[in-house]
Design a protein around this ligand. Structure first.
Ligand code: PHE
Length: 349
């Protein structure tokens, strides 16, 4: 018995030393110390040796077990170090393997809605236009048939700007644009008729902030001018827009609406996309206000050197912020430009 134990120690230690990788080592460990391993088998025979020899042999067996376990631990550590050294040395390093993924952000809900609509309207032959956010009074108001003392100016809580060095006071010539409609004027003057364009962008108003008002928000202007353009064309564009936004056609209704730069002017409502019998979004009415629009006022065409006897057009003003809020169920407009990561991270890529 003693010899066999001694033999097991010698043979075991040599095998552990000879294990060339962690898998081989693990196999040796099971063979030597496992539940059916060599040592266990020997210990089972301990019952059949004379009682007075048992304590000694038992102690020797335990010693061997500890020695083997220690050798296995040391060998395992040595193998790990060696493989770490190999990695560090660059051998076997494959630069073509993909690295760990970098955390990536997502697109802001406004960007998503805006890009979707840009794609949709581009596919229908519209240009996507941009305009300055600091705008002249002439573009923002006068050319849009809103002269100086027109009461409609009060509806726009305008933020007036004093250009550096000009000394101009309130009522001066420059403001933060209160809507995207001045892009109508710039586009018509630049490109003339016929014209199809949309213009998404930021607009500004002197608003007291609450859940549905912010001093900065987003709109998307639409403008089509050509021969013989009428309300039916406008409705078609609005319905295409609706379908693009909600993926299906919604029942709509037109109400009269007043804007000095359109005549006639309308408000388009759609059946609430979120309920059939009234909900929080439609305030129990089953209708949601979608966008105002109308036929471009002849005075606007004239101000842009387009002959209203030859051309007519329609324009609409979509509240992008509102639409993005509807689409994603955002209940407070102030989240939109908050830059708050708790909000933004809800829109992963
Ligand atoms: N510019 C208007 C607003 O911001 C909306 C509008 C645009 C209405 C185009 C009619 C036509 O309130």
């Amino acid at each position: 018995m003693r010899e066999r134990l001694e033999e097991l120690r010698r043979h075991g230690l040599a095998a552990v030393e000879g294990a060339s990788d962690e898998d081989a080592l693990r196999a040796q460990e099971i063979q030597l110390l496992g539940r059916n391993g060599a040592l266990t088998v020997l210990l089972r025979e301990l019952g059949s040796v004379p009682a007075e020899q048992r304590p000694q042999l038992g102690a020797a067996a335990n010693q061997i077990k500890d020695a083997l376990a220690a050798a296995i631990g040391a060998r395992r550590e040595a193998l790990r170090q060696a493989s770490l050294q190999r990695e560090l040395s660059g051998a076997g390093f494959d630069a073509s393997l993909p690295g760990p993924p970098l955390p990536s952000g997502g697109l802001h809900p406004l960007t998503r809605v805006s890009r979707e609509l840009e794609d949709l309207f581009t596919s229908m032959g519209y240009r996507v236009l941009d305009g300055p956010e600091v705008e002249t009074e002439e573009h923002n108001f006068d050319a849009l048939n809103i002269p100086q003392d027109h009461p409609a100016r009060d509806a726009f809580d305008t933020i007036w700007v004093t250009p550096p060095g000009s000394g101009a006071a309130r009522g001066g010539a420059v403001c933060l644009r209160t809507h995207t409609s001045p892009v109508q004027v710039r586009a018509l003057r630049r490109f003339g008729a016929p014209l199809r364009a949309i213009a998404p962008g930021r607009v500004f108003r002197q608003e007291t902030q609450d859940a549905s008002h912010d001093h900065t928000f987003h709109q998307m202007e639409g403008l089509v001018v050509d021969r013989g353009v009428g309300v039916a064309h406008m409705l078609h564009a609005m319905h295409a827009l609706l379908e693009g936004l909600f993926g299906r056609q919604l029942e709509t209704r037109l109400r009269p609406g007043y804007f000095p730069f359109v005549e006639p002017g309308f408000e388009l409502d759609a059946r609430c996309p979120f309920c059939s019998g009234g909900c929080r979004v439609c305030k129990q009415s089953t209708w949601v206000e979608l966008m105002p629009g109308g036929l471009v006022h002849p005075n606007v065409l004239r101000a842009c050197n387009v002959d209203p006897e030859v051309y007519s057009g329609f324009a609409f003003g979509l509240g992008l912020s509102r639409i993005a809020m509807l689409r994603y169920g955002i209940d407070d407009i102030r989240w939109m430009l908050s830059g708050d990561l708790r909000f933004l991270s809800q829109f992963p890529a």
